[in-house]
Design a binder for this molecule. Structure first.
Ligand SMILES: Nc1ncnc2c1ncn2[C@@H]1O[C@H](COP(=O)(O)OP(=O)(O)OP(=O)(O)O)[C@@H](O)[C@H]1O
Ligand SMILES: [Mg+2]
Length: 253
C-alpha cells in the first residue's frame, strides 16, 4: 500500500516528538534520538496503524516500545522505539535475540539496531485474536488449521534451538497474521537459559485457554483437554520430531 511519510526532521517538535520520546523526553533527548535515526538511515515515518498515541496513529505500543512504520532508504520497515520509561536500558539485547530466531526463520527479519531503536521487517496483518474472530463459515477450518500448524512449527524450531520466547502463553499479542504468512513477534523477554516451552505454551493458549480456544472449538471439534495435556506431557519429556508429529496428529493439524 502507499502511505504518506513524514520526514524525521519534523519529529523534533510536538506533536510528533511524543512518538520518539514517549511518554516524556527533553528536547535534547529528542534531538539525540533524531541523530541516532539518521545514523540508522531512517528518513521518514508514516503515521498509520490500529493504535493511537495521543491523536497519532501507530502500529503498536507496549511497555518497552512504540512501534511505527518507517522508511529506511526506500524500504518500508517497522521501527521499535524504546520508551523513555522502559525497564530495558537499550534495544541491543532484543536485537541479538531477534537475530538468533531469524536463523531458524522465525520472527520479523531484524535489520539494524541501536541503543534506542530496533529496525525490523514490517509485518502487514492483524493480531491472531482479531483474525480468529473474522473466521467464519465454510472453508475456515482448513485455513485455521494451516495457520495454527505454521505457528506451532515455528515454536518447534525455537524449542529445538533451546530458545524460549517467554510470553507465548499470552498468544493474542504475539502473533501477527498476514495475507501470506503468520509471524511470532516481540522477543524481548526471551531467553536461551530457560527450558523452552514454546510449543506447549502455544498449544495451551490456542486449545485450552479461554478466548481463542472457545472460537477454534466452534470452527472444528478439538480433542479433549485431557488428551491434549497428556500428549503435551510426553512432548515436554522428549522434544523430538516424532513426539511433535504425534501432537499435531492429536490436534488434527
Ligand atoms: N514488525 C512489526 N510489524 C508490524 N507491527 C509490529 C511489528 N512489531 C510490533 N508490532 C506492533 O507493535 C506492538 C508492540 O510491539 P511489541 O510487542 O514488540 O512491544 P513491547 O513494548 O515489547 O510490548 P509488551 O509490553 O507487550 O512486551 C505489537 O503488538 C504489534 O501490534
Ligand atoms: Mg515485549
Amino acid at each position: 500500500m502507499v502511505y504518506s511519510f513524514i520526514s524525521i526532521k519534523k519529529f523534533s517538535d510536538e506533536p510528533y516528538s511524543k512518538i520518539l520520546g514517549y511518554p516524556k523526553a527533553t528536547n535534547r533527548q529528542i534531538r539525540s534520538r533524531i541523530n541516532e535515526l539518521e545514523k540508522l538511515k531512517i528518513k521518514s515515518i508514516s503515521l498509520i496503524g490500529p493504535t493511537t498515541l495521543g491523536n497519532l496513529a501507530i502500529l503498536g505500543k507496549g511497555y518497552v516500545g512504540v512501534v511505527v512504520l518507517a522508511k529506511k532508504g526506500s524500504k518500508q520497515v517497522a521501527l521499535k522505539i524504546r520508551r523513555t520509561d522502559s525497564q530495558r536500558n537499550e534495544m541491543k539485547n532484543e536485537a541479538t535475540l531477534l537475530k538468533l530466531v531469524n536463523t531458524v526463520n522465525v520472527g520479523p527479519k531484524m535489520f539494524v539496531a541501536s541503543k534506542n531503536f530496533l529496525v525490523m521487517e514490517y509485518l502487514e496483518g492483524i493480531k491472531i485474536i482479531e483474525w480468529v474472530n473474522l473466521l467464519e463459515g465454510k472453508g475456515s477450518a482448513k485455513k485455521l488449521k494451516s495457520t495454527i500448524r505454521k505457528i506451532l512449527e515455528d515454536c518447534y524450531r525455537l524449542d529445538q534451538i533451546g530458545f524460549d520466547h517467554g510470553e507465548l502463553s499470552n498468544i493474542s499479542k504475539h502473533v501477527i497474521i498476514g495475507k501470506t504468512k503468520s509471524t511470532l513477534i516481540d522477543f524481548e523477554s526471551s531467553s536461551t537459559k530457560r527450558r523452552p516451552s514454546n510449543v506447549t505454551s502455544v498449544t495451551q493458549a490456542i486449545f485450552i485457554g479461554s478466548g481463542i480456544a472457545k472460537k477454534t472449538q466452534k470452527i472444528y471439534k478439538n480433542p479433549s483437554k485431557e488428551k491434549i495435556i497428556k500428549i503435551l506431557k510426553q512432548y515436554k519429556q522428549e522434544k523430538t520430531r516424532e513426539s511433535f508429529e504425534k501432537l499435531l496428529k492429536i490436534l488434527k493439524l
